[in-house]
Design a protein around this ligand. Structure first.
Ligand SMILES: Nc1ncnc2c1ncn2[C@@H]1O[C@H](COP(=O)(O)OP(=O)(O)OP(=O)(O)O)[C@@H](O)[C@H]1O
Ligand SMILES: [Mg+2]
Length: 376
């Protein structure tokens, strides 16, 4: 087994195999870079994502047990493909001599899904004698913004504020330097991505809800329905009220009582009504998020960059409005669209900056998984 002291003084290029399986994407990636310079960049050698969206489309949401079983089937072929796409196979075999470390998402996520990724990573770490880095999923979403698509792309500057908007989280996180996170705002109830998904269901739009709402909203009037902005203290958020507000507005529009079954509402709505509800909701969700970000910027005037992260960061309305609102004063970063949702390249990037910051690897025999963990 590698000694920890040996592991912590990389002063040359390292190749990291990263694994992600926290929800319904089975992913592996290999990144390479020199972490001895803290501001060094990592290069992506391969990035393989197998999504379970097709399985869950017909259910309208993720079934945790089914997700775990799908991860189990996909994980080893996905890891092999990551080696192959990185050019790291020898006579069809994965060349483990080229890999210096393994990184894996260990929290937060679905228990069964996390279990498959972490068991795979632990086993591979023990089998091939590699240091193992257990990475927090939100850290990875934030570090998706360091995955440059072009050579000369700028990187975010510290101190920064990150707005993390995903299926399970809505947070504002302050970073003074690499691998240093302070959560300064969080949702009191639902996440914004969950709200997108639930409202899409009410409107009868296909899973996953975020992209469906964004598509429908293109033909809708964002000012047609007035929806409330929750008055939550400080930098915290709430999205459960917005979800109910849309439900009530749909019921009112259709002239049905609140006891009317919600799964029968969509069949009564015209395409135009769906588009108008989608556009009105999207505009309100963006406004809630960016109002809080504006408040955070007022509280932290030394902020040099804004980093938007997580699946909802793919949203075009959020991107355009954030750039228009903040872009002339502060640099605004979004991940490339392919890195906005769950993927392993971002896990590799997060591990790269953990190594650069001197974080010790985890004992693969003792690695714990946690469905939820606020400690990032
Ligand atoms: N274009 C879009 N507009 C709005 N929301 C979107 C868009 N694309 C994806 N989403 C939303 O992003 C969410 C998925 O993001 P992500 O994969 O980061 O979440 P997760 O991994 O399930 O949760 P977490 O990262 O909090 O553990 C879903 O709620 C999805 O509807
Ligand atoms: Mg995620």
């Amino acid at each position: 087994m590698l000694e920890i002291s040996e592991v912590m003084c990389y002063n040359t290029e390292v190749k990291i195999l990263a694994i992600e399986s926290s929800c319904d994407e089975t992913a592996a990636a290999i990144i390479s870079g020199d972490p001895s310079s803290k501001n060094g960049k990592a290069e992506l050698l391969s990035n393989v994502v197998v999504s379970q969206i097709d399985i869950f489309k017909s259910y309208g949401g993720v079934i945790p047990e089914v997700a775990a079983r799908s991860h189990l089937e996909a994980i080893l072929p996905v890891v092999h493909q990551a080696f192959s796409e990185a050019g790291l196979t020898k006579k069809g075999q994965d060349d483990w001599s080229q890999i210096d470390a393994i990184a894996v998402t260990h929290t937060p996520g679905l228990l069964g899904s996390l279990l498959i990724g972490t068991l795979t990573a632990r086993t591979l770490a023990i089998l091939h004698d590699k240091p193992l880095y257990a990475v927090h999923h939100l850290k990875s979403h934030i570090y998706a913004n360091w995955l440059a698509v072009n050579e000369d792309e700028k990187q975010p500057q510290f101190p920064l504020l990150s707005l993390v908007v995903s299926g399970g989280h809505t947070q504002i996180i302050r970073m003074d330097e690499h691998n240093h996170f302070e959560i300064i705002g969080t949702t009191m109830d639902d996440a914004v991505g969950e709200c997108y998904d639930k409202i899409a269901k009410i409107l009868g739009l296909p899973y996953p809800g975020g992209p469906s709402i964004a598509r429908a909203a293109k033909n809708g009037d964002p000012d047609k329905y007035k929806l409330p902005i929750p008055q939550i203290k400080d930098l915290d958020f709430s999205f459960s009220g917005l979800k109910t507000a849309v439900l009530r507005a749909v019921q009112k529009e259709l002239g049905v009582p609140i006891s009317f079954p919600s799964h029968e509402l969509a069949g009564k709505l015209t395409e135009q009504q769906k588009a108008d509800f989608a556009a009105s909701f999207q505009k309100t969700a963006t406004k809630i998020l960016l109002n809080k970000l504006e408040k955070a910027l007022e509280m932290y005037p030394d902020t040099k960059s804004i980093v938007i992260a997580g699946g909802v960061s793919a949203n075009e309305d959020l991107r355009k409005t954030a750039l228009a609102k903040f872009g002339n004063k502060t640099e605004v970063f979004f991940p490339a669209l392919k890195f906005a949702g769950d993927n392993a390249a971002m896990v590799g990037a997060a591990a790269f900056y953990e190594i650069a910051s001197g974080v010790s690897p985890t004992d693969p025999y003792k690695l714990n998984i946690m469905p939820r963990s606020e400690i990032i």
